[in-house]
Each structure stands twice: as C-alpha cells, then as structure tokens.
Write a protein that binds this ligand. Structure first.
Ligand code: SF4
Length: 114
C-alpha cells in the first residue's frame, strides 16, 4: 500500500465519520463514547479479513504483513477512537464504522498517531 493510498483512506475515513456524526446530530465525543458499546469487529468480517485485522496484534504474521512492526496496535493508531489506554479494551475505528476494535488489535490500515 502506498503512502498516497493511506492518506486518501485517512481523509475519506475522517470525512465519513464527521458526516455520519453530523447526520445523526451527535458530537465526535459522543460518537467516541458510543464506539465502546458497538459490537466487536470479527476477523471473519469481509473487510476485516481483507485488511488482515486481528484482535491480538502480537499474533499478526510479519510475513503476511510486512508493514507490521512489533508494538504497533490499535490504541496507537490514528483511526482508533478511544483513549490510548482504553479502559474497556475496545473502541470505535474510523475504518470499520458500526464496530469496535480491540485496543490490542491491528490491521493493514494501521497509521501511527502523530
Ligand atoms: S490498526 Fe487502526 S485502522 Fe486498523 S483496526 Fe486498529 S485502529 Fe482501526
């Protein structure tokens, strides 16, 4: 995946979340809190499967995911909508609307927080 693809995906995901929140009349903070209550993303979900999502980053195959680096995990990703040390262990993700992801998970859309 190229850097421009990641940037484009980040822009589209951010815009989709903002539009969705506005459409239902909630603030981004409310959307974040609601994310914890969303159903947990399954690694069997077609999009999760395509992006090699795992709820356990330490189990990610480096051979299949050359961009994965030990220590990368959802709680450090810019798309994760929870706090870095999310108490519930799960929060929404901009890439998977309608689901929550594990703070200890990882997928190929990982993009480290600045
Ligand atoms: S690595 Fe980032 S994009 Fe992928 S599931 Fe985790 S929070 Fe979402």
């Amino acid at each position: 995946m190229t850097t421009s693809n990641v940037s484009r995906r980040a822009f589209i995901a951010g815009a989709a979340v903002a539009v969705s929140a506005l459409a239902v009349g909630i603030t981004p903070r409310q959307a974040r809190a609601a994310g914890e209550a969303l159903p947990h993303l399954s690694d069997k979900d077609p999009m999760a499967k395509a992006l090699h999502y795992s709820d356990n980053a330490t189990a990610v195959s480096k051979a299949q995911n050359p961009t994965y680096k030990p220590g990368d995990r959802c709680s450090k990703c810019r798309f994760f909508q929870g706090k870095p040390n999310e108490a519930s262990g799960f929060a929404g993700c901009q890439i998977y609307p309608g689901y929550s992801v594990s703070a200890k998970g990882w997928c190929a859309s990982y993009n480290a927080r600045a």
